[in-house]
Design a protein around this ligand. Structure first.
Ligand SMILES: [Zn+2]
Length: 290
């Protein structure tokens, strides 16, 4: 009988252990699921490229008023080092960081990272990272591909430098000139090839802007690309101040949630990527050509 009793206790212990382990496993799974929130409709990522002076003088106070998040993709390209009429100073960039906005990496020299230039990626990212460190700015975790060049060969280098998400333009699905694009579809779009749903052009009207942001539904996120508001150095990507004001007002009145690119982590796991990053792009190109 003692043998049986021991055996019975062993069974009870095994059952208890199983329940404890199952409970633990369930808790772990729950924690992992809870780490990424469902993507709400009307989720917009606001991004600004090329370190334009008006990012500080015009966009900053407006975004602070509305309580919007945003990412400023910084480069020292063009004549940034000497022209402080058209481009921000590093002190102004540091203030944007202290305000709570995100500072992203847009390469030191605004260098298009094509397959042929991938060997330059490290020094280009490092140049901006060093300046960020010197000015008390957190090391960037997001990247904007300069000049619409992209390269799958750069993915390893971007990851090595801690880049979680990288934004491209609206091309190749749409021609560059129109500034049109598709919203970001997590798990279909590669996190290092996040498309711009809209890339603001001088001739844009509010209708163009609305077409871009209204794509933000059913699990899709509208990532918007701006340059200067206005852009006093690059006329082809200028957004007149008045237009920009009407765009931001539209987002506020219509209750859009406006975040910085790094905050995508709340909704999207940057570790999940499609096997073929070009598959979704090809599918959309077919859709556009119909
Ligand atoms: Zn740029």
């Amino acid at each position: 009988m003692p043998v049986k009793a021991t055996s019975g206790r062993a069974n009870v212990d095994q059952g208890l252990m199983c329940r404890v382990l199952c409970g633990l496993l369930f808790a772990i799974v729950q924690t992992q699921v809870a780490a990424v929130e469902p993507i709400p409709d009307k989720l917009v990522v606001l991004t600004f490229d090329d370190s334009a002076k008006s990012h500080f003088t015009i966009a900053r106070p407006m975004l602070l008023d509305y309580g919007f998040g945003a990412t400023f993709f910084i480069t020292e390209g063009f004549d940034f080092p000497t022209n402080k009429t058209d481009y921000m100073t590093w002190e102004e960039i540091a203030q944007l960081h202290r305000d709570g906005f995100e500072i992203g990496n847009h390469t030191r020299d605004h260098l298009g990272i094509s397959d042929a230039k991938v060997d330059k990626l490290g020094e280009q990212l490092g140049g901006i990272n060093q300046k960020c460190a010197a000015h008390g700015i957190t090391q960037p975790v997001t990247f904007a591909w300069p000049g619409n060049a992209t390269s799958l060969k750069a993915f390893g280098g971007l990851r090595e430098h801690g880049i979680l998400f990288a934004r491209r333009g609206g091309a190749p699905e749409y021609p560059y000139e129109q500034g049109r694009g598709f919203a970001f579809e997590p798990n279909k779009d590669h996190p290092l090839l996040v498309p711009s749903a809209g890339d603001a052009r001088p001739n844009w009207t509010l209708a163009d802007f609305i077409r871009a942001v209204q794509q933000a539904k059913d699990g899709r996120i509208a990532v918007l690309q701006f340059h200067g508001v206005p852009d006093t150095a690059h006329s082809w990507v200028n957004s007149p101040q008045q237009n920009f004001e009407s765009y931001m007002k539209y987002l506020s009145v219509n209750k859009y949630k406006v975040i910085a690119m790094r905050d995508l982590q709340k909704y999207v796991d940057p570790g999940i990527a499609p096997d073929d990053p070009n598959a979704i792009i090809k599918l959309r190109q077919q859709q556009v050509s119909k």
